[in-house]
Design a protein. Structure first.
Length: 248
């Protein structure tokens, strides 16, 4: 497994796909999420690659390589749009990662870091300390407020992220009408002044439910599938609302 990860690191067999993020309910594109794609023949998805790299002690190295690739692609994004990069809490405490972000050439207030994966209190304290200088320059943090990797309420209150992302778990619940009262995460976001963002929006009914629930940002196949093609990125900026298309 180690040899497999090192071969990817050595040859940089990485691509960046962007997925558009829309302001709701207006529908205009306000940013992109950068997603890593691996140019390999085994068909393993990005999550598998990062999990295997972490298991052999190369997790941060692979995240750094993916971030460098994504930052390079992000320089082609119009300057009025933000770009969200996925990083683990461990990577966020790495000086090399912070150096890449500061030297990216991107405006700091157009960078969002999406924390992926669990963090205990000690690790979260390190993330807060490491990211604070960049946050003072405008960098924003996003966390998962639902789904398998959700961040508990007490840690959200400690971190005070700028964006709370809600996945299919939340969307399925509101579409099915299982949450008759206002979900607690909505009140939590209101308390800390965080934007609520839906991800995985696939149908018009889901989009309507997300808007009705008060979410002001969204992404998903209905609004634009991830793509590695710059021409698609440009079309999302031109068109206020994009239909599901392009790379699966």
């Amino acid at each position: 497994m180690t040899k497999r990860i090192k071969s990817v690191l050595g040859s940089r067999l990485l691509l960046t796909a962007f997925q558009p993020i829309h302001e709701l309910p207006e529908g205009r594109t306000v940013g992109f999420e950068a997603l890593t794609r691996f140019v390999t023949s085994d068909g393993a998805d990005a999550e598998t690659w990062f999990r295997e790299a972490e298991a052999v002690g190369l997790g941060t190295e692979l995240e750094l390589a993916a971030l460098l690739c994504a930052v390079s692609a992000a320089r082609t994004v119009p300057s009025h749009l933000f770009v969200a990069f996925n990083l683990s809490p461990a990577a966020c405490t790495e000086a090399r990662v912070r150096d890449v972000l500061q030297g990216s050439g991107l405006a700091m207030d157009k960078i969002v870091i999406e924390l992926r994966g669990r963090a205990d209190d000690a690790r979260l304290d390190s993330v807060i300390q490491s990211m604070e200088p960049l946050r003072q320059q405008g960098l924003r943090l996003a966390v998962d407020g639902s789904g398998p990797g959700f961040m508990p309420a007490d840690r959200i209150l400690s971190l005070r992220p700028d964006i709370i992302k809600l996945d299919r778990t939340f969307i399925d619940g509101i579409v099915a009408g299982r949450d008759h009262d206002e979900p607690a995460v909505i009140g939590l976001a209101r308390e800390i002044g965080a934007v609520l963002a839906g991800e995985g929006i696939e149908t018009e009914a889901e989009l309507a439910a997300v808007i009705d629930a008060g979410l002001t940002s969204g992404q998903g196949y209905l609004l634009g599938r991830p793509s590695v093609h710059p021409l698609n990125w440009s079309s999302w900026v031109i068109q206020p609302v994009a239909a599901a298309s392009v790379d699966p």
